[in-house]
Write a protein that binds this ligand. Structure first.
Ligand code: HEC
Ligand SMILES: [Cu+2]
Length: 341
């Protein structure tokens, strides 16, 4: 290319800017431009379309008038600018028009807010408890407690209560394609409503800075057809199976009699802690620790050996460094965890 250095710099700056825009188009977990997948986000989206159309119209009119005035009344030799102070008529018009537009927009906005917070009588009740740095999901009417992966049946409204324990900090529950962000405030309950319209997997992310691993506090929502969801409910309702393999039995001993049991629940055993996720059906989840790591033997071994090394700031202490476990203890415990289907 044979432009001047200044032209090259300008081109480079433009390309850098384009790259920034391209990143914003990525279909990551926080993408909200892709097709909406719930009744509520679709309504919010249509409302936004109307607002945006009005804003574009006003922008074009106002900018057009400015450009017209700039050209029509530009300085010319021998022409003197008009000297006047204020114009009451114009000022009244320019106050009344925006007020009318805002009042007009308030009608569908308030309507949508009310429609989106309606709780139908057949709603599926779910409690979300946000903790550093993971999500607990309770289905009080189904007796299910799980973590990080939320299952919803398609076309049924879920009424979701969101909170955080009083000894925790503020988080925010956000699944862009299914629902707008809602704060999880210690000791307070906020609600949101989701009526999913399509099956599939949807990513969510904690949207309120909550500490070292805030960015690693994700969640996944699985929207399933009725029979898949019912099967999941039936599986989650069962107690954990007793391990038959001797290494796994040894792992269970270590788990139930060691520190793990103080923080984790495994139904059918004495482990009933609630500081950490319920592990009864750990292996039915595809990810763990805020939906960050794939559920597999290698990752679980690294996690039990030293959780804070994998996830900075994790409330779960290091197995090798703080819980007094040996590597062979870790292996036995992981063999046990792998049986929790
Ligand atoms: C002081 C409480 C505490 C103790 C003790 C503890 N954990 Fe945890 N555990 C946690 C917390 C909190 C998390 C969630 C961490 C996160 O995602 O940031 C967790 C997460 C986990 C997970 C991932 C679960 C999921 O679905 O995300 C596994 C598996 C696990 N712990 C196993 C163990 C084992 C095995 C032991 C005993 C060797 C143990 N934990 C001891 C608090 C504890
Ligand atoms: Cu957070």
């Amino acid at each position: 290319m044979n432009g001047s250095p200044a032209a090259k710099r300008r081109l480079l700056a433009l390309l850098a800017l384009l790259a920034v825009f391209a990143i914003a188009c990525d279909t990551g977990p926080q993408d909200f431009l892709k097709s909406q997948a719930s009744v509520q986000t679709q309504k919010a989206d249509s409302l936004w379309d109307v607002t945006f159309a009005i804003a574009v119209f006003i922008f074009v009119v106002v900018e057009g008038l400015i450009i017209y005035a700039l050209i029509r009344f530009r300085q010319r030799p021998g022409r003197e600018a008009a000297q006047f102070h204020g114009n009451t008529k114009v000022e009244i018009i320019l106050t009344v028009i925006p007020s009318l537009i805002l009042a007009g927009l308030a009608v569908p906005t308030v309507q949508t807010i009310f429609e989106n917070s309606k709780q139908p009588p057949d709603a599926l009740r779910i409690q979300v408890v946000a903790k550093q740095f993971w999500w607990e999901f309770n289905y009080p009417d189904l007796g299910i407690v799980t973590a990080n992966e939320l299952h919803l049946p398609v076309d049924q409204t879920a009424y979701i209560e969101i909170t955080s324990p009083t000894n925790d900090v503020i988080h925010s529950f956000w699944v862009p394609r299914l629902t707008g962000a809602q704060d999880a405030v210690p000791g307070r309950t906020n609600t949101t409503v989701i009526t999913p319209t399509a099956t599939g997997q949807f990513w969510g992310q904690c949207k309120e800075f909550c500490g070292l691993s805030h960015s690693r506090m994700r969640l996944r929502v699985f929207v399933e057809d009725r029979s898949t969801f019912d099967q999941w409910v039936a599986d989650q309702g069962e107690e954990a199976a007793e391990p038959t393999d001797s290494l796994a039995q040894q792992g269970q001993e270590l788990f139930v009699n060691g520190q793990c049991a103080a923080c984790h629940t495994i139904s059918g055993t004495n482990a009933a802690g609630t500081t950490g996720p319920n592990l009864t059906h750990l292996m039915s989840r595809r990810t763990f620790a805020g939906a960050i790591f794939r559920m597999n033997e290698g990752n679980l071994r690294d996690w039990v050996a030293d959780a804070p090394a994998m996830k900075p700031g994790s409330i779960m202490p290091s197995g090798l460094k703080s819980m007094g476990l040996s590597q062979s203890d870790v292996d036995a415990i992981v063999a046990y965890l792998l049986t929790l289907e």
